[in-house]
Design a protein around this ligand. Structure first.
Ligand SMILES: Nc1nc2c(c(=O)[nH]1)N[C@H]1C(S)=C(S)[C@@H](COP(=O)(O)O)O[C@H]1N2
Ligand SMILES: [Mo]
Length: 444
């Protein structure tokens, strides 16, 4: 009985969310606005999530339990099949290849290459037979343009090893309402790897940056989806100050092995804290410029966020936008996984996760199991180096059987906390960092 009911309300939410809302929250609710949970609605909801909803009296009016809100397609998410990946990534697109790491697969201290998300905008280039035949050019506003082989880079500059988060600028995009254009990342457009390489600033200093230099522009060897030869896929750039930071790297190894082809072999940029798109893969050129770069991925609404909130779904005023720089604070729950079922009698639950905050550190992560009515501080670890993510853990007591949601929210060192729902809507959907929620069921 319960099983049948569960499928039907789930299906209804996928097919006709407004009608489903009417069933749960009452027919008079205006479209898109949910009223109070009705007695019958609570029963339907409880059946749909598989058990009585613990703390139902604290469920904010209109809030749909995460077990229903996530809209997983029938048959479950599409798992990417790709050599070198463990069969854990969820595919968001084949052409270009895009795949994310479900939050519970980000439980390792350092994300193994086999679990690291993929974001291609074009077609991955052929792996050069001899990486020594490949050249990285540094030119533009420099005294001595450089053409460096991988061997030159390794020989001429000191090697550095840093464990740092790489995060897509669109991570969290699926949280926006109305939906924003682009890959519908949950929280899995991110990973934290140990990168080995040299400082970008050492290359720039070797080339001799002219006083006129103010920005960079980055180029990679991938091919445009149109097949047009020489058409640039993605070419972003940054202010010189970010390029000169000691953590901005030209990297050739990821977790102790040469960069996997899909992650940029033979070398890539790693520009931590800022949108992942700055971290060009298959890096061929750094163009030092005397003005902001204007390659594909710069200007317009690309990587642009409003300074003053705009009407969600409305028209962009470019004067009211700026380039997204530091990524916002985010915590994820890596254990338990969403949808975990615990045996009858389970009354304690160990929570684990990661948190990071772009250019900043995370000051605290708090957790709640009663829809945010009360919060508990977690034990938060320190980053191994700047731009590392921080582990957190907490233990909670479950007073009864039933359906629970675990919520986690991080606050950065500037006092900025994750919101309940993604704010600052923008058409391409950058910077969504609503708090993470996972559903847990304690069987009767
Ligand atoms: N040359 C090139 N570099 C690129 C991209 C690309 O499409 N081409 N995608 C960027 C984007 S949008 C992101 S989020 C990161 C993803 O890195 P990953 O695929 O190694 O996880 O690579 C960046 N570097
Ligand atoms: Mo990205």
């Amino acid at each position: 009985m319960a099983g049948k009911r569960e499928r039907s309300l789930n299906e209804l939410y996928l097919d006709d969310p407004e009608r489903a809302d009417a069933v749960v929250f009452g027919r008079r609710a205006a479209p898109g606005r949910r009223g109070f949970l009705k007695g019958a609605g609570l029963a339907a909801l409880s059946a749909a999530v598989g058990g009585p909803i613990a703390f139902a009296d604290r469920l904010p009016s209109g809030l749909l339990p995460v077990a229903l809100a996530q809209g997983t397609p029938p048959g479950g998410p599409k798992i990417l099949s790709f050599e070198g990946k463990e069969g854990v990534l969820v595919s968001l697109g084949d052409r270009p290849l895009v795949a994310e790491t479900p939050e519970h697969q980000l439980d390792d201290d350092t994300t193994p290459n086999a679990k690291f998300f993929i974001r291609n905008n074009g077609i991955q280039p052929q792996v050069p037979a001899d990486p020594e035949g490949w050249t990285l050019t540094v030119d533009g506003e420099v005294n001595t343009p450089l053409g460096l082989s991988l061997g030159d880079i390794k020989k001429r500059f000191p090697t550095v090893d840093l464990t740092m988060v790489l995060e897509c600028g669109g991570n969290g995009r699926s949280q926006f309402n109305p939906p924003a254009r682009g890959n519908q990342w949950t929280n899995g457009g991110t990973g934290c790897a140990r990168w080995t390489g040299v400082r970008l600033r050492d290359l720039l200093q070797a080339a001799g940056v002219k006083p006129s230099a103010s920005h960079t522009g980055h180029y990679g060897a991938d091919q445009h989806l149109s097949g047009e030869a020489g058409k640039v896929v993605l070419s972003r750039g940054m202010p010189l100050a970010k390029a000169m930071e000691e953590h901005s790297l030209v990297a050739w190894a990821m977790n102790g092995v040469p960069l996997p082809a899909v992650h940029g072999f033979p070398v890539r940029l790693v520009v931590p804290g800022w949108p992942g798109s700055l971290s060009n893969k298959w890096l061929t050129r750094i163009w030092v410029r005397d003005k902001p770069h204007d390659g594909p991925g710069m200007g317009g609404t690309s990587y642009s966020v409003p300074i003053k909130p705009m009407v969600p779904g409305g028209k962009v005023d470019e004067k009211n936008s700026r380039d997204l720089q530091s990524m916002p604070v985010r915590a994820i729950i890596t254990s338990p996984a969403n949808g975990t079922e615990l045996g009858a009698g389970a009354r304690t639950l160990a929570l684990r996760g990661k948190a990071w905050a772009g250019d900043f550190t995370v000051a605290r992560v708090d957790v709640s199991i009663d829809y945010g009515a009360t919060w508990l501080p977690s034990t938060l670890g320190q980053p191994r180096n700047r731009y590392d993510w921080q582990k957190w853990q907490a233990n909670v007591t479950l007073p009864s059987e039933g359906y629970y949601e675990v919520w986690a929210r991080a606050t950065d060192g500037q006092g900025r906390m994750q919101p309940h729902v993604a704010g600052n809507w923008n058409p391409q959907g950058y910077g969504a960092n609503a708090m993470h929620r996972v559903a847990v069921l304690v069987s009767a």
